[in-house]
Design a protein around this ligand. Structure first.
Ligand code: XMP
Ligand code: MG
Length: 183
């Protein structure tokens, strides 16, 4: 990894910081419209959704609360482990609440379908999903996503909360990693 310039490790920038900000603002306006006058609880999925949660919530003009869950899906590499485990549960009782799950990325959708059925059993008034990025595999899955930032190709991407082995989350743009980083 190049310690000086993390953006130098990208082979291709898919979305600049400006592209991301513009799309987040658009979605925030849709959420404002949909949840006006409702008691909205945003649930961020740690760690990847930290950036989108921070930007999306501040682009919104309506009241909301925030809570966080941490679940394990990937190990430190780029392959899904298939194992889903709750590492940190909510602090909030969501029964009767209007819940919007805020995700960084949906790949196979395995992680999310587990999370959604878990949350549904707690009987929220409504349960919807916002994800900043979605890969083609996710379409096969039965999880209905209400708000999608960008549909992206089936490539491993980093930046804007997305990591490779814990790095690159603080990159403001989103792109694909140069192969030299993996080796
Ligand atoms: P599934 O396949 O269950 O996976 O939808 C969702 C989780 O996998 C991680 N993921 C990625 N992380 N770049 C990343 O940094 C990617 O391209 C990528 N694809 C999947 C991520 O943690 C997500 O929540
Ligand atoms: Mg990750």
């Amino acid at each position: 990894m190049d310690d000086a310039h993390i953006e130098g490790d990208l082979t291709r920038v898919l979305y600049s910081a400006e592209d991301v900000a513009r799309r987040v603002t658009e979605i925030a306006a849709e959420i404002d419209e949909a949840y006006r006058g409702k008691d909205l609880l945003l649930i961020g999925v740690l760690n990847g959704a930290v950036m989108v949660m921070a930007d999306l919530s501040r682009a919104m003009k309506i009241h909301c609360e925030m809570d966080w869950m941490a679940i394990s899906s990937y190990g430190s590499g780029t392959q899904s482990s298939g194992v889903v485990r709750i590492l940190k549960d909510l602090n909030t009782d969501i029964s009767g609440r209007h819940v919007l799950v805020v995700e960084d990325i949906i790949d196979t959708g395995l992680t999310l379908s587990y999370l959604i059925s878990n949350l549904r059993s707690r009987e929220p008034a409504s349960l919807e999903i916002m994800t900043m990025f979605r890969k083609p595999e996710a379409q096969k899955n039965m999880v209905k996503v209400k708000y999608v930032g960008f549909d992206i190709p089936n490539e491993f991407v980093v930046g804007y909360g997305l990591d490779y082995a814990g790095h690159y989350r603080n990159l403001t743009s989103v792109g694909t990693l140069s192969p030299h980083v993996y080796s």
